[in-house]
Design a protein around this ligand. Structure first.
Ligand code: ATP
Ligand code: MG
Length: 268
């Protein structure tokens, strides 16, 4: 079911979607991964992407994070074109300065944590708020300690990431993303690299983030129970296309498409 273009804000004003893909094409060489993809995510909405390996889920998140170059089409953040815009009827790249202004609204947590190994936990979390947002060191550290408390790692501020378990490292990575006050949080299989007994602590932190903030979330996960709990909508992908778009209650118990049924049967 296609989402509507805009929803209504409190004062009856139009609220633009947090994220909109318009005819997005992504090719790697002559391999077309996304072929005219259209979807949107409303402000505050939690959307989970599911689908087989290679269907383009990570590519979608990396395009939003501007870690991949968009082959064609447009991505809008809060109605603002992210990397390309139409000017005088031509599709042109936006200036790096404009792109950077939008990407500071977006945070991402990766499967492999990607912490800076040569920095302490506290330095990992304060680096971007200080250097990108221009916050004072004191202010950034205060916020970092609050976040470390929230993710249950108040006592690890001065530890180096290599001394932490995978679950602890991933909780630091979540705190680091939140320290930038993102409007949109992208989560790419954040528990897939963890030993099974560490998955729960990371999902617990994310449930708490989902409950206690109104951050828009775009999630790729194989943790279907978690997806069912936190998602407003689930999109089933196959070969770079949306096969089905449904609330979790429908997607996980009564999917309409055979492709979804087969996929869920294989993973559940
Ligand atoms: N840098 C790259 N160069 C060439 N091909 C790529 C690159 N990144 C991704 N691809 C290809 O794009 C397709 C989609 O990959 P993507 O990583 O988005 O899939 P995915 O749905 O995240 O899969 P998985 O569930 O395994 O993580 C795959 O066929 C992949 O091989
Ligand atoms: Mg992936």
């Amino acid at each position: 079911m296609p989402a509507t273009d805009t929803t209504r804000g409190p004062a009856g004003t139009a609220v633009l979607p947090a994220l909109r893909f318009e005819n997005v094409v992504k090719r790697f060489g002559d391999h077309t991964v996304l072929d005219g993809l259209n979807f949107e995510v409303a402000k505050g909405e939690r959307v989970t992407l599911i689908g087989p390996s290679g269907s383009g889920k990570t590519t979608i998140l990396r395009l939003v994070m501007t870690l991949e170059h968009l082959t064609d089409g447009f991505i809008y953040v809060d109605g603002d074109p992210l990397t390309h815009e139409l000017r005088g009827g031509r599709r042109v790249e936006r200036r790096p300065k404009d792109v950077a202004r939008l990407t500071t609204k977006i945070g991402m947590v990766f499967q492999q944590f990607n912490l800076f190994p040569n920095m302490t936990v506290l330095e990992n979390i304060t680096e971007a708020p200080v250097h990108v947002l221009g916050r004072s060191k004191g202010e950034a550290e205060r916020r970092a300690r609050e976040l470390l408390d929230q993710v249950g790692l108040a006592d690890k501020a001065h530890a180096h990431p290599t001394r932490l378990s995978g679950g602890q490292q991933q909780r630091v990575a979540i705190a680091r993303a939140l320290a930038m006050d993102p409007e949109i949080l992208l989560l790419d299989e954040v528990t897939s690299a963890l030993d099974p007994e560490l998955v729960g602590e990371v999902l617990g932190v994310l449930r708490d983030v989902a409950r206690s903030t109104d951050i828009t979330m775009l999630i790729v996960t194989h943790e279907m129970q978690f997806a069912a709990e936190v998602s407003d909508r689930v999109l089933m992908f196959d070969q770079g296309r949306i096969v089905e778009d449904a609330p979790p209650g429908v997607m996980f118990s009564d999917p309409g498409e055979e492709r979804t049924q087969a996929f869920l049967q294989a993973v559940l």
